[in-house]
Write a protein that binds this ligand. Structure first.
Ligand code: MLT
Length: 407
């Protein structure tokens, strides 16, 4: 008899963004005349940088000739891209990461979701609350979460990120083995200082724990003193894996390209307590289950690191951040307190009311989609998240409509 993975039954309904998409579809079917503006899922709306398009065209032409055609590439990614990342994102910022510690993939969602596979199932997992749902759901699937009650999984340690702690959780009292951190944070938009990050690195070192550090939004940081990588903290190489993505940085949400950094000295432990290196385990997993990102896509990603590419990406990000400023201003006018939007494309608004109710009200009265905070965890129940990923015009129209609907 074929049997299912019983842990899947513990998952809550559907994935947050699928749930929202189906509510929008129902609303649109009932109100075909309403033009909906989406400030929900953080999906890029601006075109790929011209430097990327040019590189991609060239690579497609190469694929069209026998003498330049490429079949399977290295599962870990082409050297040309890994070298550029090591040089520009790490060496140039004084962090020591080599090209062969970088694994190119098709998304930070997949990598943050998949990484737990190489770790034991009988470990304690700690997540911030609110949290990007992928971290929790993939641990539920793997059987680490236990039963669900009162909005929480029994075996997961939830670390509240609230106004009181500036949305930066403290290391838990109970020992956590696997810790997920994300800065700039999705959904709160909060950032972490180097001193606060050091506390986490020290905790992981003292407790033989591992940090999975999601830095998918680092490019939105506007203040040079805020760390863009966990490896800016001394001692992090042994205890942290970092995830980055070109999705939000350069509009690759539909094109798919990201990377994960696993330093060669990053360790976990086996049954006997002996150190086991995660680089070789992840390499084994990656080369068994993944066949690399398409060559033209990796060439497009490489073009981000040319001088023109860098300028173009900066201007795309600046455009989204101007949207974030418009959203923040409107939230202030409406008297809401909020976090984020300064070094992040997300604005986390304290609505002081049930987040799904506000989601429905904003959709019905203003035709604007936001993300209900409850979908990110119990601490998000009275919040909504607004995303700056849209055109200037749409963001301005959305703010006018929300102003009218909620004032
Ligand atoms: C979000 O809106 O939280 C993200 O776009 C989701 C994702 O990156 O998968």
């Amino acid at each position: 008899m074929i049997k299912i993975n019983e842990h899947y039954k513990k998952l809550q309904a559907s994935y947050l963004f699928s749930d929202i998409a189906s509510r929008i579809a129902d609303f649109q079917a009932a109100n075909p005349e309403t033009e909906i503006i989406r400030l929900g899922i953080g999906d890029a709306t601006r075109a790929l940088p011209p430097a990327c398009i040019e590189a991609m065209h060239k690579a497609v032409d190469e694929m069209g000739r026998d003498d330049t055609f490429r079949g399977y590439g290295p599962e870990q990614g082409y050297e040309f891209l890994r070298e550029k990342i090591a040089q520009h994102d790490y060496a140039a910022r004084g962090t020591d990461i080599s090209a062969d510690e970088i694994f190119i993939s098709d998304g930070a969602k997949c990598d943050t979701g998949n990484f737990q596979e190489i770790l034991a199932t009988n470990i304690r997992v700690a997540v911030p609350d609110p949290v990007y749902p992928v971290y929790v759901d993939t641990n539920v699937m793997a059987g680490r979460a236990g039963g669900f009650s009162g909005g929480k999984y029994e075996n997961i340690i939830y670390m509240p990120s609230t106004k009181e702690n500036n949305y930066v959780p403290q290391p838990p009292e109970t020992g956590a083995d696997l810790i997920y951190l994300c800065f700039p944070n999705n959904p709160t938009g909060a950032t972490i200082t180097k001193e606060e990050l050091k506390r986490w690195v020290d905790y992981a070192r003292d407790n033989k724990a591992l940090i999975l550090y999601d830095a998918a939004y680092e490019a939105f940081i506007r203040d040079k003193t805020i760390p863009r990588s966990i490896y800016e903290v001394e001692g992090a190489r042994e205890v942290a894996v970092e995830f980055r993505s070109f999705s939000k940085t350069a509009g690759f949400t539909g094109t798919r390209c990201a990377f994960t950094v696993v330093p060669k000295d990053c360790r976990a432990f086996d049954e006997t307590g002996g150190a086991a290196m995660l680089h070789s385990l992840w390499n084994r997993r990656h080369s068994t289950k993944f066949n690399g990102v398409a060559y033209p896509v990796q060439r497009a990603a490489e073009a981000i690191y040319t001088p023109e590419g860098q300028e173009q990406v900066k201007s795309i990000i600046a455009g989204y951040m101007e949207n974030a400023d418009i959203i923040r201003k409107q939230m202030e006018e409406l008297g809401f307190s909020y976090a984020g939007g300064r070094h992040s494309p997300y604005i986390w608004v304290d609505a002081q009311t049930d987040s799904w109710e506000l989601f429905d009200a904003v959709l019905k009265k203003a035709g604007v989609v936001c993300t209900p905070g409850a979908g990110f965890g119990p601490c998000g129940r009275r919040y909504i998240r607004l995303s700056a990923f849209n055109s200037r015009e749409n963001v301005e129209r959305a703010m006018q409509r929300i102003h009218k609907a909620l004032q």
